[in-house]
Write a new protein. Sequence first.
Length: 277
Amino acid sequence: MQIIPAIDLKDNKCVRLSKGKDSSSIVYNEDPEKQAIYFEQIGCKKLHLVDLDAAFGRSNVNFETIKKIRKSISIPIQLGGGVRSLDLAKKYFEVGINNLIIGSMSVEKPNEVIILSNIYADKVYISLDILEDNIMIKGWDKNSGKKIPILFAPISSQGIALLKEILLKNKDSFTDVKSLHLEETHHAEKKDSPSGTALDLQKIVEEVFPNTSVFIDSIRKGNNPGEHKLIFSFESEDLQIIHKAKDRNLFSLGALKGIKWLSNKDPGLYSMQDIYS
């Protein structure tokens, strides 16, 4: 896991907005350059910058500060906020910004984003701000009027999606369950415990069995990419359902499958279970 610190820039200061409102900024540091240097000194491997002034339509307010930050640190910088033209994007790349995050421009000028991506290949990311199923632009300030299908998939595993579907479709068959136990095993370097997948499964199981507590055992050993075992205890027998990952590629493969499935769907919110239901 990589933790990337973020600096939100407004009037050449480090700030934080309350509920994303332009008028509600709180200043956390008057010197963003020193803050960026500090992040590198404590071992951060990448920095995320957001130009809030540019996001709200005030261009060039923080450009010189961004240049100073770039010169002061050696770690990669990704930048978002108000990048809405080819010329501005090129200026950022020329001063050494490693990656740009494009939002409004991808909605309003998709052809220019394609040109930019062709020139800078893997340096351009697309990020969309979504409210319900509406695409918001200009720093969440304007509804673009465009809607898209959204796949909400915190876990893109096909096997986990099928496991959830089995539970949801067969909940009436488990009325005699006395207790439930979830055992999850991952490699020794995994830091979170329980895993996100285990917590997600726990949520599903507790929806299906509202009167039954789910106990989670977390095991960290070896290089196991991930194993989740659901144990249903009945009066005189146990039933085990096991999902075992062969390698971590399953998550990228599942994401690609989800994108392909989503490509011809109507606007709305979908889950991985919808693919297999």
